[in-house]
Design a protein around this ligand. Structure first.
Ligand code: XMP
Length: 508
């Protein structure tokens, strides 16, 4: 299999570079800048990409690399810090720019195989304070901006290219094309990497790592843990035990669906712990949202670890951690952004041979592709985000079995109508909320005093901000009509027209 090396100098976008390369059907792997040249030589890479990074090349404590790498005869693309590093290694001149460039900048390209079929002027994404004042000997300038006289350079004899901007981010108009040109015009890749290869190579690696030991995985029914379970099952079959804690706060029939899917489709041991009553007891009398979240979270892990304590031959602990979880908790040399919830603390009295995270290099949409290839049903693979505390934060105030049931039924109607009208994939998230408000209504000739249901639907790319979804009135009317007719104890439906901010997606 052809491989591209992404040599990591500590930038935030390193995984994104690897992912963009994989999008072009070429396998990319990331190694730290501390990897010895000997190891790099052994791998016969088709090309090497030097990543960006937050440092200055002329600071001696910054990550550097032996300049012998420039003589390997392997094509190189330097990005941002990687571009400055190539200049610095080749004894060009790197200086602090009089004015930093940040954001979308107009870039002028000259003729180069790197810029094949891209216009002379285009928009690129810049984020730098240093810049190349003079390229090294043997290099020519192939692009510039108003502030940066050498925003791209090449040495065609040595097949070394470098750009000051970030082609890997979508804000660079022709970034993808530039990466494509590097891979196909310069490295002459054939594009032999597809998702099946990822599955095969990961399964192989998992088998080698796990040997004859067992693996325990906490299955939530979410996309990531489901796909991790599918991969592990393919790798080690019955050596895998999935523990599924059903806290009684999932959507209608969801617990049964998860159980049926995993017990019928996959070779594994499956333990389902039905704990609805136990959770409700713990939550009795509690209405404050943070307290509810805390109790649900704590109880979940109490149940989970108690079950694990009973398991013999525990072996490894597996998690469905994906790449964005890792970058947020700080992987490699990237600055730590925030600690992520997916990294669970394993109690001291529970011993494992190690932690396995088979999806840690992938982004969500890649995980979904793997899931589809593994034959996991679309309902699971394309599942919308669902909060860990489940319906516990969608029933406002104190939880009761009756309120949960009402919400499950109303939510099911909404999902059914959205699916029928083709809205399932168009919206980032939609669900019902039971605000714990009773209102007066009339049904037949009778006065009713029943629950209000709120519909929440949003569009968003990243869930940090969100817009309320402009669902057509006739669909809303149909949903409202069906909920009030089909769900007992609901006599009114409202639609939430609040964006985030100032609202959040969930109500609690
Ligand atoms: P908010 O309500 O913060 O939600 O705007 C943003 C996204 O996060 C989901 N969410 C959660 N996901 N555990 C999770 O795994 C949680 O406790 C949790 N709370 C909110 C929410 O559904 C939305 O997609």
């Amino acid at each position: 299999m052809e491989k591209i090396l992404v040599l990591d100098f500590g930038g935030q976008y390193n995984q994104l570079i690897a992912r963009r390369v994989r999008d072009h059907n070429v396998y990319a792997e990331i190694l730290p800048y501390t990897t010895p040249l000997g190891k790099i030589k052994q791998n016969n890479y088709k090309g090497i990409i030097f990543t960006g990074g937050p440092n200055s090349v002329f600071d001696m404590s910054s990550p550097h690399y032996t300049k012998d790498i420039l003589d390997l005869g392997v094509p190189i693309l330097g990005i941002c810090y990687g571009c400055q590093l190539i200049a610095w290694m080749g004894k060009g001149e790197v200086v602090t720019a009089s004015k930093s460039e940040y954001g979308k900048i107009e870039f002028s390209a000259k003729k180069s195989p790197l810029f094949k079929d891209i216009p002379e002027k285009s928009v690129v994404w810049m984020s730098h304070t240093d810049m190349i004042a003079r390229p090294p000997e043997g290099f020519e300038i192939i692009g510039f901006t108003d502030e940066c006289p050498c925003a791209a350079m090449q040495n065609t004899k040595k097949n070394i290219y470098a750009v000051q901007f970030h082609p890997e981010v979508t804000h660079s108009e022709y970034g993808n094309k530039i990466l494509h040109n590097f891979l196909y015009e310069i490295c002459h890749c054939s594009g032999d990497w597809v998702m099946d290869n990822f599955i095969d190579s990961t399964v192989e690696k998992l088998r080698a790592q796990i040997g004859d030991k067992n693996v325990i995985l906490g299955l939530s029914g979410g996309v990531d843990s489901s796909v991790a379970a599918g991969l592990l099952s393919r790798a080690v079959g019955k050596q895998l035990t999935c523990v599924f804690v059903d806290q009684g706060l999932m959507r209608k029939d969801e617990g049964d669906f998860v159980e049926k899917t995993f017990t019928s489709l996959f070779d594994m041991n499956f333990v389902r712990l039905n704990c609805g009553e136990q959770f409700l007891k713990k939550l009795k009398g509690i209405s404050e949202p943070e307290q509810k979240r805390k109790i649900i979270g704590t109880e979940f892990f109490n149940v989970f670890w108690n079950e694990i304590r009973n398991q013999e031959n525990k072996g490894f602990f597996a998690q469905g951690t994906i790449y964005p979880d890792c970058i947020e908790s700080g992987k490699g040399d990237a600055d730590v952004i925030k600690t992520h919830h997916n990294r669970v603390n394993i109690p001291k009295d529970v011993q494992f041979a190690g932690v396995i995270e088979p999806l840690a290099d992938l982004f969500k949409d890649e995980v979904r592709k793997v899931g589809e290839k593994l034959g996991i049903p679309k309902e699971l693979v394309w599942r919308q985000p669902f909060p860990g505390p489940g319906l516990g934060v969608r029933v406002i105030g104190e939880l009761t079995a009756e309120k949960i049931k009402i919400l499950q039924e109303a939510d099911w109607v909404l999902r059914d109508e959205m699916a029928k009208n083709g809205y399932e994939k168009n919206l980032a998230q939609f669900f019902c909320v039971l605000p714990n408000v009773m209102t007066v209504g009339v049904m037949g000739d009778h006065r009713t005093y029943d629950h209000l249901i709120a519909i929440r639907a949003v569009t968003t790319d990243d869930f940090m901000t969100a817009d309320w979804a402009k669902i057509p009135y006739d669909i809303l009317a149909k949903v409202s009509n069906r909920i009030t007719n089909e769900v007992e104890h609901v006599n009114r439906v409202v639609y939430d027209i609040t964006s985030k901010p100032p609202g959040t997606v969930e109500w609690e």
